[in-house]
Write a new protein. Structure first.
Lengths: 566, 158
C-alpha cells in the first residue's frame, strides 16, 4: 500500500516550503515541492528610483540579506554599462566572501548537522576517547579532553533540567542516526564553537558594511566606504588589519574543523553518496570580479549538462549571452496565469490560485529552466563548474576532501560521490575553504590598490530617458541569483528576482520535468513514515530558503508532519 | 546597565515589520539614554546573537500571533517569552525564539528579557502598516520608554 507524507513547513524562517512524498515499498516513489507563499515583492519596486532598489531587495530574505543588495546594484550597473571602481569591487568581494563563509558554517552546524548528529547520544560519550579520535583527524586546539568534557557537562545540565531548548523535537534515537557517541560529542562541541566563529565572520561584514543585518555601504556605481588610511572614522589601516585577524581565524576553523567534520560525517554515512542526486544539470555564474568592467573573475561559472564534467560550457562574464538568453520561467505548475516559458525581462506574476493539484498547479514558485532544462544550483554546482574550469584551489580542496573521506571510509571515494545528498555538504565545505583563500586575496588586492594611492570608491550613475535593461548576477551561498531590471524614464518598469531556491525548489516545468528537490527524493528509503528524517536530510542538503522571511512569533501549535494511507 | 532595544520584522510585509517601526518611532520621540542601544534587527536570525552578547537587559519588539484581536498589545517577561516552539519538525529553524534558546545554551542570555508584542492584521506584501497597527506604534514606543524608566534609567522626550 502506498503512503503519502506531507511536511509543511520544512523550514520556518526561510519561508514556507511544503514537501509531499508518496512512499511505496519503503521508498519515495513520487515527490512535489511547493512554495506556500506568494512573493510578489518585486511589485513594490515598480515606479521607484533604481538607485534605491537594493535597500528594499535586501529585506526580501532573513538569511541572505547581503546577496540581494549585491545583485540589485549589479542589475542597475549592467543596464547603464556603468564601471565599478577597483576598491569598490574588492570591498564588495570581501563582503560576499565573508557572508558566504558565515552562511555555509551556520548551514552546516546549525541548520543541518542535527539531521546526522544525535545530541542525546553525546551524553554517553567518553571525552578521552573523543579527544583521541579528534586528534587523529585534525590539530584543532579546542579538541581537548577539557573542552569536550565541558560541552558534555553543559548538555547534561540542559537535558537534566528537562529543557532541550534549541534541541527540542529532534529525531533523537531515530534508526537512521548512526554515529558513535564520541563522534556525536565532537560534532556537538563544534556546533557550539561554530556559534562563536560565525559571529567573527559577521564582524567582517559589520566593519565593511557599516551595519548588519542589512548592510548600508552600497551604492549603484560603487560603495560608500570612504578610504583614508589614517582617519579612524573611515576605512583605515587599523580596521583593515583587524579584518585580516578575523579572516585568519575563519581559515583556522574551516580547515581544521569544518572540512574535517564534513569528511568524517560523509565517511560514516557513505551510503548517502547513493541518494539524493536528482537533477544533474549544474548551473553557476562567475563571481568575484577583478576589473572595473566585470570581465575577469576569481571564480569561474558555467553549465554542466547531465553531470558530465567534460561537457562544461563556461559562462564568462556578466554580459554572457549564453546565460542571459538561456533563462526562462514557466507557470504551468505554478499559481500564476499562463503556461508559456517567459524570459525574466518579460516575466508575469498574475496570481491564479487553485488547490494543490498533483498534476496541475501546486506551488507559488515558478519553474525556471536553462535552455529548456531544469538545473541544480548551489555549492555543488559551483564546485563542479570550477573543478571543470581547472580552478586550482577548487581542485586542491576537492581532492583533499575526497582523500580524507577515502581514508576514513577505508575505500576509494571519487568525485562521482559528490552527486548526492552528502556530496552537497562536502561541496559546501570545499567551497568555504576556496572562498577563504579568495577572501585573503581580495584583502591583499585592496591593500595593494590603496597603497598605489587609489582611493576611488564610486562612479556616478547617469540614467538615459529611454528604456534600458540589465541583469545582476551573483553566485550566492545557495547558488545562482539573478535580478532582472527594466528601467524606463529613470524609473523601474519591471523587476524580477530569480533566486537560487527558485531553481532548486522548482515545481514541474512546462514539459512536466520535476525540479531538483523533487527529483532528488525519488528512491530514498524512509525508515519511519511519521518521522521522515531521510526526506529532511536531502531537502536540507540544498540549504532551502524561500525568499520571504517571516519572523512572526507564533504561539499556536500546528501539526507539521501528516501521514495518510492512499 | 547595558540595554538593547531590538525591533524585529520584515518591512516589506506590512504589519510583520511593526517591531522595526516602533524602534524608529522611539528614536523620533526620545533621546536615547546612555547605556541603551537601539537596533533595527530586520529579518535576521542567528546573526543577531552578537548583539545579544553581554547585555543586562534585552527589550524585544515583535509581532506576536496569539489569536487576539488585531492591534492587541502583549508583554512577556523571562520564562514567559516563548523561547521555543513546542512543535517543530526539527531543530533547524532559527527564528527569534530559537535565537534566545541558543543564547541560553551558550550562556549569552541577558539577565532580563522583555518581549513587547502586537497582534498583526495583515502580513501581505506591502510597505505600509494596516491602520489598526499603525495607530498603535506611538503607544508601543511609549511602552518601550516606560520599560527603560522602570529599569531606573532616566529618559527625556525630544
Amino acid at each position: 500500500m502506498a503512503t503519502r507524507i506531507t511536511i509543511d513547513p520544512v523550514t520556518r524562517i526561510e519561508g514556507h516550503l511544503r514537501v509531499d512524498c508518496e512512499l511505496s515499498g519503503g521508498k519515495v516513489s513520487n515527490a512535489w515541492a511547493s512554495g506556500q507563499m506568494w512573493r510578489g515583492i518585486e511589485t513594490i519596486l515598480k515606479g521607484r528610483d533604481p538607485r534605491e532598489a537594493w535597500l528594499f531587495t535586501q529585506r526580501i530574505c532573513g538569511v541572505c540579506t547581503t546577496v540581494h543588495a549585491i545583485a540589485s546594484v549589479r542589475s542597475v550597473e549592467s543596464a547603464l554599462k556603468l564601471e565599478v571602481p577597483l576598491n569598490a569591487q574588492y570591498i564588495r568581494n570581501m563582503l560576499i566572501a565573508a557572508h558566504a563563509i558565515q552562511d555555509h558554517i551556520v548551514h552546516f552546524y546549525h541548520l543541518s548537522a542535527l539531521d546526522w548528529v544525535d545530541v542525546t547520544s553525546a551524553l554517553k560519550a567518553d571525552p578521552k576517547k573523543t579527544a583521541s579520535l579528534a586528534q587523529g583527524i585534525s590539530s584543532w586546539h579546542l579538541n581537548s579532553v577539557q573542552e569536550l568534557s565541558q560541552t558534555q557537562e553543559r548538555l547534561k545540565a540542559f537535558v537534566g533540567g528537562g529543557q532541550l531548548g534549541i534541541f527540542a523535537n529532534g529525531y533523537w534515537g531515530h534508526p537512521a542516526m548512526k554515529l558513535s557517541p564520541e563522534v556525536n560529542l565532537l560534532a556537538t562541541t563544534h556546533y557550539l564553537q561554530a556559534l562563536e566563529v560565525q559571529r567573527r565572520a559577521n564582524m567582517i561584514i559589520s566593519i565593511l558594511g557599516s551595519k548588519t543585518p542589512h548592510i548600508q555601504n552600497l551604492a549603484v556605481g560603487g560603495v560608500t566606504n570612504a578610504i583614508n588610511t589614517d582617519s579612524p572614522s573611515t576605512l583605515s589601516m587599523e580596521r583593515l588589519f583587524y579584518v585580516k585577524t578575523l579572516i585568519d581565524e575563519l581559515g583556522d576553523f574551516i580547515n581544521n574543523v569544518y572540512l574535517p567534520d564534513v569528511c568524517a560525517i560523509g565517511a560514516f554515512y557513505s551510503e548517502w553518496t547513493a541518494y539524493g542526486a536528482g537533477v544533474m544539470n549544474y548551473l553557476s555564474v562567475p563571481e568575484y570580479p577583478l576589473d572595473t568592467k566585470c570581465t575577469s573573475f576569481a571564480h569561474a561559472g558555467g553549465y554542466i549538462p547531465n553531470g558530465d564534467v567534460s561537457k562544461f560550457q563556461p559562462i564568462k562574464n556578466f554580459q554572457d549571452e549564453y546565460f542571459i538568453k538561456g533563462v526562462s520561467e514557466s507557470n504551468k505548475h505554478a499559481w500564476y496565469k499562463g503556461n508559456a516559458d517567459l524570459h525574466p525581462w518579460k516575466g508575469e506574476t498574475d496570481p491564479e490560485y487553485t488547490d494543490f493539484q498533483d498534476n496541475g498547479k501546486y506551488s507559488w514558485v515558478k519553474a525556471p529552466t536553462f535552455h529548456g532544462a531544469p538545473a541544480q544550483v548551489g555549492p555543488l554546482a559551483n564546485v563542479l563548474c570550477m573543478y571543470a574550469a581547472g580552478h586550482a584551489p577548487t581542485k586542491k580542496y576537492t581532492e583533499k576532501a575526497l582523500a580524507t573521506v577515502s581514508s576514513l571510509a577505508g575505500k576509494t571515494v571519487g568525485i562521482g560521490a559528490l552527486h548526492s545528498t552528502i556530496g552537497r555538504h562536502a561541496a559546501r565545505a570545499v567551497r568555504a575553504a576556496v572562498i577563504h583563500e579568495t577572501l585573503q586575496n581580495q584583502w591583499q588586492l585592496l591593500i595593494e590598490n590603496i597603497g598605489k594611492g587609489d582611493t576611488t570608491i564610486f562612479n556616478k550613475p547617469e540614467f538615459p530617458n529611454g528604456e534600458v535593461r540589465g541583469v545582476g548576477m551573483h553566485e550566492a551561498p545557495r547558488g545562482v541569483l539573478s535580478h532582472w531590471i527594466v528601467i524606463d524614464k529613470k524609473k523601474i518598469k519591471n523587476y524580477q528576482a530569480v533566486v537560487p531556491s527558485t531553481w532548486n525548489s522548482s515545481p514541474r516545468n512546462s514539459k512536466d520535468a520535476p525540479g531538483p528537490y523533487e527529483a532528488s527524493l525519488i528512491g530514498t528509503p524512509i525508515a519511519v513514515p511519521d518521522k521522515p528524517l531521510e526526506v529532511l536530510r536531502t531537502v536540507h542538503s540544498f540549504d532551502p530558503c524561500l525568499a520571504c522571511a517571516i519572523h512572526l512569533v507564533d504561539k499556536e501549535n500546528k501539526e507539521i508532519v501528516k501521514v495518510r494511507a492512499l | 546597565m547595558n540595554v538593547l532595544v531590538m525591533g524585529i520584522g520584515n518591512l516589506l510585509l506590512q504589519d510583520e515589520g511593526a517591531g522595526v517601526w516602533v524602534v524608529e518611532e522611539f528614536e523620533k520621540r526620545y533621546e536615547t539614554p546612555e547605556g541603551v542601544e537601539l537596533l533595527d534587527g530586520g529579518t535576521s536570525g542567528i546573526e543577531l546573537l552578537q548583539y545579544i552578547y553581554g547585555r543586562d537587559v534585552l527589550i524585544l519588539i515583535d509581532v506576536v500571533r496569539n489569536g487576539d484581536p488585531c492591534g492587541t498589545l502583549t508583554r512577556f517577561e523571562g520564562d514567559d517569552v516563548p523561547a521555543l516552539f513546542q512543535k517543530k519538525i526539527s531543530p533547524h529553524q532559527l527564528g527569534i525564539s530559537d535565537l534566545l534558546a541558543t543564547a541560553r545554551l551558550v550562556d549569552m542570555m541577558p539577565k532580563q528579557v522583555i518581549l513587547l508584542g502586537i497582534e498583526p492584521k495583515s502580513i501581505d506584501t506591502g510597505l505600509e502598516l494596516t491602520p489598526e497597527i499603525g495607530a498603535q506604534i506611538g503607544r508601543m514606543a511609549d511602552l518601550v520608554a516606560e520599560e527603560i524608566t522602570a529599569l531606573g534609567i532616566p529618559i527625556m522626550q525630544k
